[in-house]
Each structure stands twice: as structure tokens, then as C-alpha cells.
Design a protein around this ligand. Sequence first.
Ligand code: G3P
Ligand code: CA
Length: 247
Amino acid sequence: MKRPLILAHRGAQRVAPENTLPAFLAAIAQGADGIELDVQRTADGVLVVAHDENLGRTISGTPSERVARLTWAELQQRDAGGWFGETWRGTPPPSLDDVFDALPDTVFVNIELKRTTWASDGLEKTALHFLQRRNLWHRVIVSSFNPTVLARLRLAAPHLKVGLLYAPDLPLPLRRAWARHLLQPAALHPHLSQVTPEMVARAHRRGQQVNVWTVNDPGEIRRMAMLGVDAIITDVPDVAKAVLEEA
Ligand code: G3P
Ligand code: CA
């Protein structure tokens, strides 16, 4: 049985602040095959790694400040580590360039593009330029909960591997329309609760991978591996590694 890839969700977020270089490097040290990270575009067109649209939870600032309205220079003055512990105080949010500069070339990256509206702010175009400039096509998948983001990417770059993220609240007819007809993504990224043997078998028959989130419980990690999923997106890559390497 082929073991699923282990992708560290926002890095090894239990041991270092999520979506920062220390979390990504810790994930690799723990044996992850790759990482998952969240990307937005700053007001001046830089791809920055940040989960929330607003500041205040992990990046210092107030909820009235939006990542997309700040410049890269402004964001560099913010602290993305202090909330997690004094050791990390002063860690800035990284750019996507910073991440690829820091990671070994062998690391696979699941880039989640965060965009809640259907109109584009240029995020997709900026992401495609980035992948082209750094020639990263072979070692990334670009995922999103927003199918219009993925549709724009597919139109502009049909060779790019994209993953359709969905949660249990996405109505089944919509999910099917996007997954099977309108988008035909290379991979489905379902929530753990939506993964069944039939679902995995159907996706594989259509030639689509199944990358499941967020799997932290050892029993669930084992179960997902038995079902034949292609990747496990997890907060605990060290646990996943130990479970998947059991005899
Ligand atoms: O890749 C799956 C996962 O990242 C989904 O949710 O909110 O952690 O970005 P979230
Ligand atoms: Ca994410």
C-alpha cells in the first residue's frame, strides 16, 4: 500500500506559530513530506503567508486592519509569533518567496489561496507569475475553497495542479458540479468527515487525488491510509509519521 503524503497544516503548528518559517522548518524536521500554507496578496502585490483576512489573531494589529489593504513593508513590521510564545516574538509573516527560499527543493507545497469574494483582486495572476518565475509547477498544488479562484487559475494555466477544498456545508450538487464538470480539479480536498471508501474509489476512478484535512487523531490517520487517500493534511506531522511507519 502506498503511504499518503504528510502535509503539515500551516506548518508544525503545535510547536511553532502557524504559517511562519519556524513552523515550516519544524514540520520538515518532524518528517513531513510537505506543508500547507495560506496565501493572500498585499496591497502592493506581494504574496504573503497569512490565514485570516484581518489582523489581530496571529499577526499583531487590530481586526479592522486587512492584510490585503496593507503593503508588504507595513506587514513586515508586524509580529506573527508573539501570540504563540516569547521565543517567537518578532517573527514577521513570511512572503511566499521567503518560504521557498527557506525550504529544501524536495518539499511539496500545498498553497491555499484565500479569497472570500468572487471578484478577483489579482491574486491568481500574481500567484501564476510567482510559480512561473520560480519554476515551481512540479512541486506545488494550489488549493482554494473558492471555486472561482481555481477556475481562473485553470483557464490561465491548464497544466497547473489545483485542489478543490470543501467543507460539509457545501451543497452536494454544487460540489459535484465543480468537481466533476466545471473545474475537474486534479485533486479533491475534503474535510475528514466526508471521506468514505466509495468517495475515494470514485475520485480515483476519475483520476482525481484525495487530500484530506485536518487529520490529527492516530486512529483516523490509520483509517485514511487504509482508504488509500493520497495526502493527509495534519497539525501533527510527527504523529502522522509515526503512525504511517508502524509495521
Ligand atoms: O487545507 C485544508 C485547510 O487548510 C482548511 O482550512 O481554515 O485551515 O485554511 P483552513
Ligand atoms: Ca489552509
